[in-house]
Design a protein around this ligand. Structure first.
Ligand code: DGL
Length: 272
């Protein structure tokens, strides 16, 4: 018998537009699903706030989305996940998927050289991340790189190449590029500027993010809970048409929504 909740939307949230990079991968994997996307732009960035503040903000967003009647929640933000996933799971009566810097796949590449983890200061300070480092540090040299201020630049204008290039060139000027084997993008915002990061790092380096892994994890969780929408969507149809309701907590809501739509469009997804 079909679960009556299968047609409910999936909630996805981030402090801003970074989570759109995750949402795009989820839509490609689960094109029949509907979504509610929440960007907490009024409180962005999360990564330079205290853990307590980010926990409180994230719980509020989760409660808001739960009231919208969602069947599952994706915390499309490494920072919010590290601060609040345990508490959010306690209050949500549906599957909750979070994100963490994709260290495991980076280590498993087995390459010689340092693994750089670019993330927000709060993610890198968190117990969750430091436990992960402890687990893998005997297999690779892991170098955390806190990127203070990068989220703000991306939020202002992710296509403002000059500002992004200047930031990255300054960041990489103190790092010996020849020693790097892999860069882990431990913040969903950075995935939006993956090309620029690769360029600044000098090219021939593996670059990994957790977006596909998160989409696969969500799919498995929905399947186990019999919550997958079984309606058939035209997977091969490009652009993929997706039903998304956007909520923006800050100012310039229309501009932000347009920005989200444009980012999705670049990935071959059109919002209905
Ligand atoms: N996109 C969020 C993440 O993955 C961080 C953004 C922020 O600092 O607000 O960590």
């Amino acid at each position: 018998m079909e679960n009556s909740k299968t047609k409910l939307p999936i909630g996805v949230f981030d402090s801003g537009i970074g989570g759109i990079s995750v949402l795009a991968e989820i839509i490609k994997m689960l094109p029949s699903e509907r979504f509610v996307y929440f960007a907490d732009t009024i409180h962005s960035p999360y990564g330079t706030k205290s853990e307590d503040v980010v926990r409180t903000l994230s719980i509020k967003v989760a409660e808001f989305l739960a009231l919208m009647g969602i069947k599952s929640l994706v915390i499309a933000c490494n920072t919010a996940t590290s601060a609040a996933i345990h508490e959010i799971r306690k209050i949500c009566p549906f599957p909750v998927v979070g994100m963490e810097p994709a260290l495991k796949p980076a280590v498993e590449l087995g390459l010689n050289g340092k693994i750089l983890v670019m993330a927000t200061p709060l993610t890198l300070k968190s117990k969750k991340f430091n436990d992960l480092v402890l687990h893998y540090k005997h297999r690779a040299e892991i170098v955390p790189i806190p990127c203070v201020g990068l989220v703000e630049i991306i939020e202002r204008d992710h296509s403002c190449r000059r500002e992004i290039e200047e930031y990255l060139s300054h960041l990489f000027s103190s790092i010996h590029k020849g020693d790097i084997s892999v860069i882990v993008l431990g913040c969903t915002h950075y995935v939006l500027i993956k090309r620029e990061i690769l360029h600044a790092a000098g090219g021939n380096i593996a670059i990994i993010d957790g977006n596909c892994g998160t989409a696969r994890h969500l799919q498995a969780m929905l399947q186990n809970a019999c919550l997958l929408n079984t309606d058939v969507a035209e997977r091969s149809h490009i652009p993929i048409k997706s039903q998304i309701t956007f909520y923006i907590s800050g100012v310039e809501k229309e501009k932000r929504i347009t920005q989200c739509r444009q980012l999705l469009q670049k990935e071959g997804i059109v919002c209905e």
